[in-house]
Write a protein that binds this ligand. Structure first.
Ligand SMILES: [Mg+2]
Length: 164
C-alpha cells in the first residue's frame, strides 16, 4: 500500500467519523486530455472527460472505510456546473450530492477571494470544524498551497501520490 493510503487509513481508524477528503475533478479524477469537443466553453465539454479509474476506485475505498468524501472543483460558468454534476452521477455515484462543491468562478454570486489560489479555501472552511482531519487532493499545486496558507490545519496531497 502507498504511504499516503496508509496515512489516510490510519487516520480513519484513529479519528473515526472525522476524516474528510476533498477531491478536485479536472486532472485529479477526470482526465485533462483533449477530446472531440475542443473548446472548454462548449456544452458537454466536462461531461465528455474520461474518468481516472485508479483515483475513483481509491476515493470509493476511503469512503467505504468511513471517510467523508467531497468534491471541490472549479468551473467557469453555471451551465458547466450541470455538466460536472452529470459526470459525477455517472462515475462517482457514491458521493452524496450535498458533498459536491462546484464553484463557477466567473459568475458574480461566487464568494470573494484574493485570488484563484485562495478561493477554494473560502468554500472548504464552511464544511469543516477544527477537530476534523482534512485532506485536499488537487493537481494544481498553487491552489493547494494557497488553500494551505488560508487553512494551515489541512493536509494537501497531489493525485500523483495515489498512483502506484
Ligand atoms: Mg485540477
Amino acid at each position: 500500500m502507498l504511504e499516503i493510503e496508509k496515512r489516510i487509513f490510519g487516520d480513519i481508524s484513529k479519528y473515526h467519523g472525522k476524516v474528510k477528503l476533498f477531491w478536485d475533478m479536472d486532472g485529479t479524477c477526470a482526465s485533462m486530455e483533449m477530446h472531440m469537443l475542443q473548446n472548454k466553453t462548449d456544452r458537454g465539454f466536462f461531461y465528455c472527460k474520461r474518468p481516472i479509474k485508479t483515483i475513483i476506485n481509491k476515493m470509493e475505498k476511503f469512503q467505504k472505510s468511513g471517510a467523508e468524501t467531497y468534491i471541490l472543483s472549479f468551473c467557469g460558468y453555471n451551465y458547466q456546473k450541470e455538466d460536472k454534476m452529470k459526470w459525477l452521477q455517472k462515475y462517482c455515484k457514491f458521493i452524496a450530492p450535498d458533498n459536491i462543491i462546484i464553484i463557477p468562478r466567473k459568475e458574480n454570486n461566487v464568494k470573494k477571494a484574493e485570488s484563484k489560489q485562495t478561493l477554494k479555501a473560502q468554500y472548504l472552511r464552511d464544511y469543516v470544524v477544527d477537530s476534523d482531519i482534512v485532506y485536499m487532493i488537487d493537481d494544481n499545486e498553487s491552489v493547494l498551497l494557497g488553500t494551505k496558507e488560508e487553512l494551515p490545519f489541512i493536509n494537501i496531497v497531489s493525485p500523483i501520490d495515489f498512483i502506484e
